[in-house]
Design a binder for this molecule. Sequence first.
Ligand code: FPP
Length: 234
Amino acid sequence: MEENKIPAHIGFIMDGNGRWAKKRGLPRNFGHNKGAEVFKKTINWCRELGVKCATFYAFSTENWRRPTDEVEGIMNLLRRYIKDIRESAKENIRIIILGDITQLAEDIQFELSDIMDSTKDNDGFIVGIALNYGGRDEITRAARILAQKAANSEIAPEDISENSIEELLYTAEMPPLDLIIRPSGEQRLSNFLIWQAAYAEFVFMDVLWPDFSKKNLEYAISEYSARNRRFGGI
Ligand code: FPP
């Protein structure tokens, strides 16, 4: 595959964990366990295929509405995978957390801040993990910061540009988002990277996230590479 046909940044909506478990008569958290294993494998597949950055939707601002044991299960998975993430740092991987982590348990907040800080100079690959993330929340936060600056007369309203908003998004130091992959048959964004997706390609797939394979990833990339991205031109 030609190098410029490989997406630099892919967003993954890890959907279908609950249905995967239900089909097997297992509790939903079994699906999340399996989903977390696939998260880890997907990072390696992306690297092997020449992708530079992958962002995963792990927990949305709306996911707090789920039963407490399911939320706790996902948080415990996160605790467990933080160790793996630490190992990744040795492979020159940078970790960026997207979302308001101040609502998470203190031990998780501490670990995540530490990981972001200690991997910030790694330049081999970027893993984004969206946690307590919502796209509208991300844009609102940027608007609030700019409004405060304008109120303090640090900037004038006409100084506000797409660039000044983009610099305040969690993705500011990532390559532009090229492709979003959503498995599980659902065809919507669910508040994931809504600003960044303005010109991204979408590939929706019927596979449930715990069954997502390297072949599925290769298929999505080949779909992407066959498309003609015009960015509003002709
Ligand atoms: C969506 O499937 C999945 C989630 C809300 C949780 C995703 C979390 C993980 C894969 C594990 C934690 C991640 C890391 C980074 C360690 P769903 O439960 O909505 O599935 P359903 O639509 O079939 O019910």
